[in-house]
Design a protein around this ligand. Sequence first.
Ligand SMILES: *[C@@H]1O[C@H](CO)[C@@H](O)[C@H](O)[C@H]1NC(C)=O
Ligand SMILES: *[C@@H]1O[C@H](CO)[C@@H](O)[C@H](O)[C@H]1NC(C)=O
Ligand SMILES: *[C@@H]1O[C@H](CO)[C@@H](O)[C@H](O)[C@H]1NC(C)=O
Length: 573
Amino acid sequence: MAAVWASFCLLILLAALSPHRAYGSAWDSLFGRKQDAAADPTVGICASSVVVYGYPCQEFEVTTQDGYILSLQRIPEGRGSDSSGGGGGIKKPPVLIQHGVLVDGVTWLLNSPDRNLPLILADNGFDVWIANTRGTRFSRRHTSMDPDDPKFWNWSWDELVAFDLPAVFDFVYGKAGQKINYVGHSQGTLIALASLSEGKLVDQMKSAALLSPIAYLSHMKTALGVAAAKTFVGEITTLFGLAEFNPKGDPETQYLDALCAYPGVDCYDLLQAVTGKNCCLNSSTIDLFLENEPQSTSTKNMVHLAQTVRGGKLAKYNYGRPDYNLMHYGEFNPPVYNLANIPHDLPLFLSYGGQDALSDPRDVACLLDGLKLHDAGKLTVQYVENYAHADFIMGLNAKDIVYNQVTAFFNQQPLLTKETLAAQHVVGGSQGWEQSTDLNSWASGQKFKAGDQLVFKYTSGLHSVVELPNESAYKGCDTGSALDSKSSGSDVVKLTKAGTRYFACGTSGHCDQGMKMKITTVDGNAPSSPSSSSSDASPPASTSATASSSFLHSALSLFVIAALSATLLLSVF
Ligand SMILES: *[C@@H]1O[C@H](CO)[C@@H](O)[C@H](O)[C@H]1NC(C)=O
Ligand SMILES: *[C@@H]1O[C@H](CO)[C@@H](O)[C@H](O)[C@H]1NC(C)=O
Ligand SMILES: *[C@@H]1O[C@H](CO)[C@@H](O)[C@H](O)[C@H]1NC(C)=O
């Protein structure tokens, strides 16, 4: 019985991936030849979609702890920035952009430069990074496994939470040297929320913009009606094996074509019901989308997303049997990601659409309820009445409606930027503020910037911290002329501006024994202040193909895939 359910659900799932039956065979032409042309993996995203518009772009590779090699692009600055890439000591605030399921980083770059998020951010003074999840076209390598090996696909979004995102954050943080602003769409919001709730990324994330946020998925609208999902989910992995889920693959497309030819199965309506009606997509952009997407994910991930839909809870992958769960987690049920663990002062911007069938407003309400302990003022919510899932990535007017808000939101964190650039120097390192510490050699090994802090750690009562007014008082250990005295045992002194300051211990005789130091502070790197308007030069259009409205329609429907529809349907049954 379960197996029957499984196959049935699979068919429905695949049906969801298909365009109208009249285009059933068009599937191949949509994803077939064109795809091959665009899919040359030797041409990276920088070359194909960024440099062509006159922006600088660098390709990087990041290896996750479990061995996946991910591709990552950096657009360090806008078009025509006067400079030699980040020179001049001014560090641009980094933004990391994370796509959703079944697509890759290219989706962000399909509109013209003045309308796509990464390039708008670059033109507004941000250091932009584009992530590509494991399994997608440019992230199909591993230190020891091959994508043909089923084990390569033994992961779900739990692994994106535990490995992909943390690896990419570590890398960007290392390169940029400051905390990161994050933009996620769809699954990209889910994995960030889950990662944060596990205590990951929290020290490296400055703020997050969550577009079409997905965490709870109980309410999505669907013409398929009531969910009757019961037990099939456990079996579907055995059906497909631990395999790649490639929406363009042969078995998948054959199922689709066959199913859409069934009497009574109207794939077109099915799709309409699932996607939500995207208001504002350009047909040329959709053509480009079809050349580049959808991308593979793992079947296990599809199953896990389906569980996310049905469970009403944000939990780890359910192995389908209490004893299996016990084996993996030491508990009968998969552990839950607790959103209440997300730091309450993390600045969050949520934007969701009234027509979004996947990120249903009621589920967003549920997410907001999960964030109800968040500090007032740290959570900004935007509701866009006529937007559906794809409008957030490719909408022609997304710049005016959403991206300008995102840019403004990131720009609201300038003080934070300064704060995060600021370092704390524990005086004397691990030895602390002590007579035996060679304080001047410690100080000469540090770089003190305006905004940094000194932390004096010592045994209260034994020592103290006094600040002396000038060089002669310092040389003569004239502690009687002290400007200030502290004695808590853990004192913080803020280095507010450039200049030299003198500190000594106030305990009699200690200064004379050498317990004193001179600190020279230099000007800190101010965060760049991005200009408020973005470039509006208009780029040459890249592709071709005219889209008939029916083509457009099936294309729109296909986009849904990217937007998660597959998993939704999977769950409905
Ligand atoms: C898949 O990964 C899980 C742990 O994440 C492991 O327990 C299991 O043995 C793996 N399966 C295969 C076939 O490698
Ligand atoms: C240093 O500070 C002391 C105490 O405020 C003051 O008496 C002295 O004149 C200052 N010396 C110089 C060189 O400024
Ligand atoms: C749609 O995109 C094409 C190619 O980028 C562009 O030439 C056209 O002007 C766009 N249409 C609209 C309405 O912006």
